[in-house]
Design a protein. Structure first.
Length: 215
């Protein structure tokens, strides 16, 4: 097993912690926990597919839609859309339309990764996470032990770089083998960092009264 494979499978750390701590986690965090478990399943499936000589395009494309919708649901449960309730159904519609268009209109399903959708989804998630971080900083004192803060920071880090990776892919900047290797090596390290942050956040999730975010 290569080092990159280990980095990718590091999401299993958070997934295992979530299994043992699930009863101690308040319900507002459930969408994120479901996301972590879905990510674990996707990484295992992708690992098996690649190791057996198959492509993981379809599994990754399906996962990318589930990931986006679960993160929107997570933001909703944490009251990010409390002041503007219509934002949630509108963003869900945007994600679904963008995903369907990318996979069935602009491309044939299962032949390429959905880069257009990934850029749109990542941009919206980064903006949402930044808004949430700003609200947390304004209202909370202990932000470094705040699981929602940690998750949002990881979202900003990962999906900001994801936008760059997808842009490189679309414009053919990864055609160079050396450049492509460096880009995805950095993504692997970022993925590891964010997965460890997620695991730490899950460790600090407690059953207590949630604070209110306003978007």
């Amino acid at each position: 097993m290569e080092l990159i494979d280990l980095f990718t499978l590091s999401i299993l750390i958070g997934g295992l912690i979530a299994i043992f701590r699930f009863q101690k986690i308040r319900k507002e965090f459930y969408p994120f926990i479901y996301l972590v478990w879905t990510a674990c399943l996707n990484e295992i499936v992708s690992f098996v597919l690649i190791r057996t000589g198959h492509y993981n395009i379809i599994s990754n494309n399906v996962y990318s839609l589930i990931e986006g919708l679960l993160l929107l649901w997570f933001f909703k449960t944490m009251n990010l859309f409390q002041r503007h309730k219509m934002f949630f159904p509108i963003l869900v519609l945007v994600f679904v339309v963008a995903w369907v268009s990318d996979n069935f209109i602009f491309h044939r399903f299962g032949t390429t990764f959905n880069s257009y959708y990934n850029i749109i989804c990542s941009f919206i998630l980064v903006l949402s996470a930044i808004t949430a971080v700003n609200n947390i900083i304004m209202k909370e004192r202990e932000i470094l032990m705040n699981p929602f803060f940690l998750i949002c920071v990881a979202i900003v880090i990962f999906f900001t770089y994801m936008i760059l990776v997808e842009a490189f892919w679309l414009y053919g900047l990864t055609a160079s083998q050396t450049f492509s290797s460096k880009v995805f090596d950095i993504l692997s390290w970022i993925n590891l960092l964010c997965n460890l942050i997620y695991a730490l956040a899950i460790l600090w999730m407690q059953k207590k009264q949630p604070f209110t975010l306003q978007f």
